[in-house]
Design a protein around this ligand. Structure first.
Ligand code: HDD
Length: 678
């Protein structure tokens, strides 16, 4: 059957209900005559049980909540499509990776891990990056994160990891944060977490936008081609806008100013037609080369350095449609790393193996029974038939007498398919061994890649990691745990451990030898791979009455032409009048907007005459400067940034030159100006 980019949308349309303009009814379809007063025995009397409308309305309301996800509870999603650039036939028989003219619908959910459903978006955390491909051969789910490695090597430790990072059970604090005793106690006692902790304390854990972070399948999977030849494979998503992060002070403030920062960013980008795009890449290792590396390819705490195993870019995903209803789609979507298609298979990575159990199990409690695949968002767009029946909420009406296999009454249908007909046949990996509850020795090097990560960072990135350690451990009350963690990270880098020890007031580690790992990988550093660009970035344009109309028109137009999203901030809502009578609509006031919500700030004139406005605008610009952002000013706006030290990110011109906007945009394209970091 042929599937195109609209197939899922078309399928969802059968379930969409538009009730605007309609008469209200009960769930039984009976028209309702009264929805404000319950039925009573006398105007001041008790409510009567027979008021079925009241009972139905109240009962439904009482049952509206379902358990939030045990992890990744806070998330946001969008629809889109995926296209492959070239046929991957040589490597995999997966149908959606064969034909560049084909578009496969996708649904992508981004998330934080630790926080509850109502927590803030900008917290320090790993971000989930789950993609459901609705393919002709069934749903394929790539349930990944924005960090390519994981905290643990064996799924049996997952409940321990999550118990440690979630709010502490005796007082349920802190929310959506790893900066507390139990998390760091876990780290110190489970040293396999070292590599992931380095990523978690890097800028990766405070992304600027879901649209500006990488995604990784993390595990090693298998590609299998038509000839049955298999290769190990790791999956990557690379954001077309580049990888961009917030700074920590800003991230914490955003959590208060706009806890919905990332979901708003995604929603607005799609509404405005700035469709997020991610290129899809694969790293492949031939099975014969399994043991040629200085890491075990099955170990999920290891990356495959891109310099050793290049990422082949094979396709692109575009997100172009917001959901209609967050509960129905984003909340009820059920991902599972075990949802695969022919041509994609598993490996013996012990973390992956455990995940294959956990995801269906969690949906059973979360979505209330075994029929969650029938929820509109979870339905494959290809037909599906089997002998499973009944259960809570079953919607399909399976017609006929037969619900078992094998049978003769229905000519032995639904019948399994041969491999040639598209039947999924598990890769016939040869396995032998004794039953042992142990881990392979090849999984025991916990520090080499953590050191490689550290070696690969720029000085600015290293500084951010040191600050993150100092913040996180600074929130840990137990001195003993602080000390244990510092000692542990001396195995990664002694200088790092010493610097953190000093800031924490604990002993610098003494008897640890400097790591002998000198390897680095530029691909791990987001600064070294910076993509400069201004498209979709938000600029706050600060203006007041009497701004220069002529300049404003020119500069505003240039900002828009470059693809940025300028928004006007002033002292009051409504229209501002320029010196030439030009009108400008205000989007936000200093009360409703904040410097931390923008990528750059430009002060046009009109705000210096009023002392309160001047103070507010100055604070707005100064904070942007302190967060390393581009700030600029023209006309009397230059007074507002006169105290800021000059650098390439301060674009100040009292009488703006013709190319003022270009200069501002060039500075904005840098994202942040790290020369300010002391
Ligand atoms: Fe998981 C959800 C990603 C290890 C058990 N996981 C979940 C989600 C993402 C990941 C993105 C949210 C899905 C959504 O948006 O609905 N998980 C990962 C990655 C892992 C990982 C990249 C390591 C490489 N997870 C992992 C392990 C286990 C789980 C080892 C348990 C054995 N994960 C779950 C879960 C969740 C989940 C409890 C909660 C909600 C859900 O599944 O649907 O089953």
């Amino acid at each position: 059957m042929a599937i195109n980019e609209n197939s899922k949308n078309k399928q969802l349309d059968e379930f969409r209900v538009k009730d605007q303009g309609e008469k209200m009814t009960t769930n039984q379809g009976l028209r309702v005559s009264e929805d404000e007063h319950s039925l009573k025995a006398g105007e001041r009397g008790p409510t009567l049980m027979e008021d079925f409308h009241f009972r139905e309305k109240m009962t439904h309301f009482d049952h509206e909540r379902i358990p939030e996800r045990i992890v990744h509870a806070r998330g946001y999603a969008a629809h889109g499509y995926f296209e492959v650039y070239e046929s991957m036939k040589e490597y995999t028989k997966a149908g959606f990776l064969q034909d560049p003219s084909k578009k496969t619908p996708v649904f992508v959910r981004y998330s934080t891990v630790a926080g509850s459903r109502g927590s803030g978006d900008s917290v320090r955390d790993v971000r989930g990056f789950s993609t459901k491909f609705y393919t002709e051969e069934g749903n394929y789910d790539l349930v990944g994160n924005n960090i390519p490695v994981f905290f643990i090597q064996d799924a049996i430790k997952f409940p321990d990891l999550i118990h440690a990072v979630k709010p502490e059970p005796h007082n349920e604090m802190p929310q959506a944060a790893s900066a507390h005793d139990t998390f760091w106690d876990f780290v110190a006692n489970n040293q396999e977490s070292a590599h992931m902790v380095m990523w978690h304390l890097s800028d990766r854990a405070i992304p600027r936008s879901y649209r500006m972070m990488e995604g990784f399948g993390v595990h090693t999977f298998r590609f299998v081609n038509e000839q049955g030849k298999a290769r190990f494979v790791k999956f990557h998503w690379k954001p077309v806008l580049g990888i961009k992060s917030l700074v920590w002070d800003e991230a914490q403030k955003i959590a208060g100013k706009d806890p919905d920062f990332h979901r708003r960013d995604l929603w607005e980008a799609i509404e405005m037609g700035d469709y997020p795009e991610f290129e899809f890449g694969v790293q492949m290792i031939d099975e014969e080369d399994e043991f040629k590396f200085d890491f075990d390819v099955l170990d999920p705490t290891k990356v495959w350095p891109e310099e050793e195993v290049p990422v082949k870019i094979i396709g692109k995903m575009t997100l172009n449609r917001n959901v209609d209803n967050v509960f129905a789609e984003t909340e009820q979507v059920a991902f599972h790393p075990g949802h695969v298609v022919p041509g994609i298979d598993f490996t013996n990575d012990p973390l992956l193996q455990g995940r294959l159990f956990s995801y269906t199990d969690t949906q059973l409690i979360r979505l209330g029974g075994p029929n969650f695949h029938e929820l509109p968002i979870n339905r494959p767009v290809c037909p599906f038939f089997n002998n499973q029946r009944d259960g809570y909420g079953r919607q399909t009406i399976n017609v006929g007498q037969v619900s078992y296999h094998k049978n003769s009454l229905a000519q032995n249908t639904p019948a399994p398919s041969t491999e040639e007909e598209g039947g999924y046949v598990h890769y016939q990996e040869k396995v032998e061994g004794r039953k042992v509850a142990r881990r392979s020795d090849s999984f025991k090097d916990h520090f080499s890649q953590a050191t490689m990560f550290w070696n690969s960072m720029t000085d600015v990135e290293k500084e951010h990691i040191i600050e993150a350690f100092s913040f996180e451990l600074g929130k840990v009350k137990s001195k003993d745990i602080r000390q244990q963690v510092v000692n542990m990270f001396a195995n990664v880098n002694v200088e790092l451990a010493k610097t953190v020890a000093e800031s924490l007031g604990v002993q610098a580690p003494t008897d640890v030898a400097e790591s002998t790992v000198s390897k680095s990988s530029d691909a791990l550093s987001q600064e070294k791979n910076k993509i400069k660009g201004v498209a979709t970035r938000k600029i706050a344009v600060l203006a007041g009455e009497g701004f220069s109309g002529k300049e404003m028109e020119k500069i505003f137009k240039a900002f828009e032409k470059a693809g940025t999203r300028p928004e006007v901030v002033s002292t009051k809502q409504g229209m501002l009048k320029g010196d030439d009578g030009a009108e400008l609509e205000v989007d936000h006031t200093f009360l409703t907007a904040d410097s931390v919500l923008f990528d750059g700030v430009y002060a046009a004139g009109g705000l210096t005459a009023n002392p309160k406005a001047k103070k507010q605008a100055k604070a707005f610009l100064t904070e942007a400067y302190e967060h390393f952002k581009t700030v600029g000013a023209t006309d009397d706006g230059v007074d507002l940034i006169a105290d800021l030290p000059a650098d390439p990110g301060v674009v100040s011109e009292a009488s703006p030159s013709n190319d003022y906007a270009d200069k501002f945009l060039t500075a904005l394209a840098e994202h942040r100006h790290w020369s300010r970091q002391v």
